[in-house]
Ligand binder design. Structure first.
Ligand SMILES: [Zn+2]
Length: 67
């Protein structure tokens, strides 16, 4: 997984994981990213309880923690 995670950067605003060549966050449209993040969750269902915990409202990949 270590190699895998380097392919992503996390949005500082909403924690969504974006590919490294993304100019804008697919989730919130923000453009401030960080490669310093730890752990991630994949939200598969819009009814996921995790969404409430993370404060997100779209299906996708999110970093758990911005370092
Ligand atoms: Zn975002």
């Amino acid at each position: 997984m270590r190699r895998e995670r380097k392919r992503f950067k996390a949005c500082r605003k909403c924690k969504a994981l974006n590919s490294h060549d993304a100019q804008q966050c697919w989730n919130c449209g923000g453009n401030i990213f960080t490669i310093h993040w730890d752990g991630f969750v994949m939200i598969l269902s819009e009814e996921s309880a995790v969404m409430e915990v993370l404060g997100v409202d779209k299906v996708g990949y999110y970093a758990i923690k911005i370092i």
